[in-house]
Design a protein around this ligand. Structure first.
Ligand SMILES: C[S@@+](CC[C@H](N)C(=O)[O-])C[C@H]1O[C@@H](n2cnc3c(N)ncnc32)[C@H](O)[C@@H]1O
Length: 279
């Protein structure tokens, strides 16, 4: 109901779904299999109604037209899946703390610049888990040349990540020590402490478009995003990411993912879902 008027369900045809498949593929590299037709309806119909169109066809005509740039971003946001969690796939954070941080800490102490990239950060649980891991193993890290770059194509999730506030039901997975050290409870909301907030920068970035920054990373987390891409897009992305990893640096991928072209990327699979750049 809107202002007492019941809005009928917007018309949604196979052709509309094909147009959405083509938009998701060309704008974000995301493949939407036929099995996702109903899911896509439930995600996008809200935008169709909010924009007061009676059918997906009208909505897509508007969005793909010259006046639809802002709406196109909103459509892409609606098409992404943002499931995440603190310390998800915890072995990566254990590896970061025990195997990577000792070298990175000694490099930082000698004046080295160290960067870690969370390349599909969703609502921020991944970059904040990285921040907690590095700050736990090197408490003075904020005084050194260290930053975490956290990016995602979805501007809504990037805004939430940057706000760094979470409800009690979202804290699952955070060890007690990190929860008490890095969160402050105010009015039922848990907020990341100021010291930790100095570590990450948040940006909207499409992994399958140009990257407007230079420089390389000691570690890249690119987890649970290439599952939405086709093989060709996936392999091209692995190569581009590998080219941005310093010799000896690390790439963490999601637990159902693998770098099929690891050798061509100069990466060695040193443990399940953990790759090291040669050099
Ligand atoms: C399932 S979440 C994974 C979040 C986190 N990396 C994790 O493993 O918990 C996938 C994220 O990838 C983002 N994404 C999808 N396509 C993308 C693209 N082309 N460029 C950047 N991010 C993308 C989505 O917006 C979503 O937030």
């Amino acid at each position: 109901m809107t202002n007492g008027i019941t809005l009928s369900a917007p018309e949604y045809t196979d052709q509309d779904f094909q147009r959405l498949q083509s938009i998701a593929r060309s704008q974000a590299g995301i493949c939407l299999p036929a099995t996702k037709k109903a899911l896509v309806y439930s995600r996008v119909s809200r935008r169709v109604r909010e924009m007061q169109f009676g059918s997906f066809r009208e909505y897509l005509d508007f969005t793909a037209g010259s006046g639809g740039t802002v709406e196109m971003e909103k459509l892409i946001c609606a098409l992404t899946t943002n499931v995440t969690g603190f310390f998800r796939e915890k072995n990566h954070f254990d590896h970061l703390t025990t195997c990577v941080m000792p070298d990175l800490s000694s490099g930082l102490r000698k004046g080295k610049r160290v960067r870690i990239w969370s390349a599909a950060c969703s609502t921020g649980q991944e970059p904040w888990s990285i921040a907690m891991s590095v700050a736990s193993s090197f408490p003075e890290i904020a005084n050194y040349d260290f930053r975490i770059l956290a990016t995602d194509i979805n501007s809504n999730v990037v805004a939430r990540a940057s706000a760094a506030s979470y409800g009690p039901d979202e804290l699952e997975g955070i060890p007690d020590k990190e929860r008490s050290s890095f969160f402050r409870l105010t009015d039922g909301t848990y907020s990341i402490t100021d010291t930790l907030r100095r570590l990450p920068s948040f940006r909207v970035l499409n992994l399958n478009a140009a990257w407007p920054f230079r420089g390389s990373f000691s570690v890249i987390f690119c987890r649970n995003v290439v599952i939405y891409f086709d093989d060709e897009t996936r392999e091209a992305l692995w190569k581009r990411l590998a080219d941005r990893i310093e010799p000896g640096g690390f790439l963490y991928v999601g637990h159902s993912e693998r770098v099929a072209n690891a050798k061509q990327c100069g990466l060695t699979n040193i443990a399940p879902t953990i790759y090291q750049k040669e050099g």
